[in-house]
Design a protein around this ligand. Structure first.
Ligand SMILES: [Zn+2]
Length: 210
């Protein structure tokens, strides 16, 4: 089964991808990982990406699409795959269609913006050992101090309210239109994100098996 996972940053796509991956034994393909892989293996598209990165430029769409194409042609994708973080825009979705890649299901994990802002902006991480915490749902025993190593808990820059809101804006403007795009192809399935990861996984797996 060829699956695309959609959802805002912080909706928990990565976790759900891992759950589907284990259930169906198909690989998860996330653009960050495959770009790193293509660079390491020195593929044709990997070398192209490198030339942009070396020049301090963003890797353009056609190169990202080329890297996805190379990756989907590998043997382990023969029985299916999960795309996580791609396509991110309508032009990328159109490019995927143009490649002749047939998508069976697009699973959209819906989580309200307020919940995501609270989830991400409440995250803290131990400066010393990296253990994750949350101001409301995963508190340390002593405020601001790591239970394990006594290190100071800090907020990652990516998790500041301003950054999270900016990422959500980009998602709503550039990625969310994909819901309509795939609804028109009768491939969109919407899963409401639940309070716990486990409950969301149950709904996701029910859709995968439907
Ligand atoms: Zn620590």
């Amino acid at each position: 089964m060829n699956i695309i996972l959609l959802g805002a940053p912080g909706a928990g796509k990565g976790t759900q991808a891992a759950v589907i991956c284990e259930k169906l034994n198909i690989p998860t393909i996330s653009t960050g990982n495959i770009i790193r892989e293509a660079l390491k293996n020195g593929t044709e598209m990997g070398l192209k990406a490198k030339s942009y990165m070396d020049a301090g430029k963003l890797v353009p769409d056609e190169v990202v699409i080329g890297i996805v194409k190379e990756r989907l042609a590998q043997d382990d994708c023969a029985n299916g795959f999960i795309l996580d973080g791609f396509p991110r825009t309508i032009p990328q979705a159109e490019a995927l269609d143009a490649m002749g890649v047939v998508i069976d299901k697009v699973i959209d994990i819906e989580v309200a913006d307020e919940v995501i802002v609270n989830r991400l902006s409440g995250r803290r991480v131990c400066e010393k050992c990296g253990r994750p915490y949350h101001l409301e749902s995963l508190k340390p025993k002593a405020e601001g101090i790591c239970d394990d190593c006594g290190g100071t808990l800090v907020q990652r820059k990516d998790d500041s309210i301003e950054t999270v809101k900016a990422r959500l804006d980009i998602y709503h403007n550039e990625t969310e239109p994909l819901k309509d795009y795939y609804a028109k192809q009768n491939k969109l399935v919407v899963v409401e994100g639940q309070d716990t990861v486990e409950d969301t996984s149950k709904l996701v797996l029910a859709e995968v098996e439907a």
